[in-house]
Design a protein around this ligand. Structure first.
Ligand SMILES: Cc1cc2nc3c(=O)[nH]c(=O)nc-3n(C[C@H](O)[C@H](O)[C@H](O)COP(=O)(O)O)c2cc1C
Length: 324
């Protein structure tokens, strides 16, 4: 089985993809995912209208580092005019390799208020017109990330519609809007989508171990596996998956020293793209994930939730190093 595959003309050298996660999949996170070996990284969603109205926070999200390529920038919205304008601005501003249309987000602000994300799956004709217009507006491939359906399951029908409209890949997170992130992702739906379209299919949902990634590839026949929550505090999972699926080998467990260095690197990268106050707020959440499995971590966790500046972060790193 070749590990090389393509989305349009974009060459992807392995089968592990990092997921778009709002508030997490920024440039700092994606650089780390690439360094761990991800074949493709997805950037968190941005709103079409926020891009078109040149919202400063949104334009800041479009920052990327060359080492992240190949990179996909995800876009959400529901109106053809603003989706097309936003796709063109993103292309000009950031030059991602691929643009993704979000047809999976279940959160009310996106799916109900904006009738975007997963809500687009309710109307196949509208989904077709939207994908067709975005595909025609940029000279790069467009992927579409879908769920199983909004209320009723129609992933196969929507995937076919997207393919007909010119999408170059489909990402499937097989849960309905109602399910949110609860219950188990139904991988059978990934298999059904894969069997019904010719473009590559990226499977997603509940991959937490290298074995999960291998099983998803085998059970569904998907072209690649996308990982989201499994990477929180554990970007090494990407390397573990690659070692396992490519060489059938198990990676040595991550050491405390590696965890400390990764946490420091993540903060350092965040400071390159965010002001200290914002970087610290993000780091509070990220650091809790990094120290999750360190034994006797109560005091560390208390320091993390209270940290206010770089000095506090350094104190946390020092506290961790005392354990080495
Ligand atoms: C905090 C968080 C933010 C997310 N943001 C996005 C997003 O911006 N766009 C998107 O398509 N999916 C988003 N998702 C969904 C993930 O991309 C992925 O589909 C989902 O988490 C299932 O994969 P997993 O089981 O590997 O986590 C988000 C998920 C989480 C947990």
């Amino acid at each position: 089985m070749s590990k090389i595959w393509y989305i349009g003309k974009v060459k992807i050298t392995n089968k592990i993809v990092s997921a778009p996660m709002a508030g997490i999949s920024n440039s700092a996170f994606r650089r780390i995912c690439r360094q761990m070996g991800a074949g493709l990284v997805y950037a968190e969603m941005v709103s079409d209208k926020a891009v078109v109205y040149q919202n400063k926070k949104t334009l800041d999200l479009l920052q990327m580092h060359e080492e992240e390529r190949p990179i996909v920038q995800q876009l959400f919205g529901s109106e053809i005019k603003t989706m097309v304008q936003a796709a063109q601005i993103i292309y000009q501003h950031m030059r991602p390799d691929i643009i993704d249309i979000n047809m999976g987000c279940p959160v009310p602000k996106v799916a109900v208020k904006n009738k975007a994300g997963c809500a687009l799956m309710q109307d196949e004709e509208k989904a077709f017109q939207l994908v067709k217009a975005v595909v025609a507006s940029v000279p790069i491939p467009v992927s579409v990330k879908i769920r199983s359906g909004y209320d009723k399951i129609n992933a196969v029908a929507i995937a076919k519609v997207c393919e007909k409209a010119g999408a170059s890949a489909i990402v499937v997170h097989p849960r309905t809007r109602k399910q949110g992130y609860s219950g188990k992702a139904d991988w059978q739906i990934i298999k059904e989508v894969k069997n019904n379209v010719k473009v590559p299919v990226i499977g997603n949902g509940d991959v937490l171990t290298a074995e999960d990634a291998s099983n998803m590839l085998k059970e569904t026949g998907c072209d690649a596996v996308m990982i989201g929550r499994g990477l929180l505090g554990n970007p090494w999972l990407i390397k573990e998956c690659l070692d396992y699926i490519e060489n059938d080998s198990l990676t040595a467990p991550v050491t405390l020293d590696e965890k400390i260095k990764m946490m420091a690197k993540h903060f350092h990268y965040l400071l390159e793209i965010k002001v200290e106050k914002v970087a610290i707020l993000q780091m509070r959440q990220l650091a809790l994930w990094y120290v999750k499995n360190i034994p006797h971590n109560r005091e560390l966790k208390q320091m993390i939730v209270k940290m206010k500046n770089k000095k506090d972060f350094q104190a946390i790193i020092k506290k961790c190093q005392e354990r080495l």
